[in-house]
Design a protein. Structure first.
Length: 115
């Protein structure tokens, strides 16, 4: 069974930075793209960033130039470095990996940005 465990959330002021980590159990990390999503109160879950095993990276429009996703294959970990945080970045951030056969989510971690 695949487990995704997030850490690194918290509260910061506008303009601050946070780094989220997601450790994936099993061998799935070596074969799958990994992604970060977020969900703000009253809004739908949205893609923040994704990174494939081949190095292809995609960012949501609202975070381009501020967030960076990276993978550490030695630690089975995907990171999300978040800089220049804004109040609209507030939400629960989820780690995700999916295929046509499955869709795994972490438990989610709160990020709060105050003005």
């Amino acid at each position: 069974q695949v487990q995704l465990v997030e850490s690194g959330g918290g509260s910061v002021q506008t303009g601050g930075s946070l780094r989220l980590s997601c450790v994936a159990s099993g061998n799935i990390f070596r074969t799958n793209a990994m992604a970060w999503y977020r969900q703000a109160p009253g809004k739908e879950r949205e893609l923040v960033a994704a990174a494939t095993t081949e190095g292809e990276i995609h960012y949501g429009d609202s975070v381009k130039g501020r967030f960076t996703i990276s993978r550490d294959h030695t630690q089975n970990t995907v990171y999300l470095q978040m800089n220049s945080l804004k109040p609209e970045d507030t939400g629960i951030y989820y780690c995700n990996t999916a295929s046509v056969a499955y869709n795994y989510w972490g438990q989610g971690i709160q990020v709060t940005v105050s003005s």
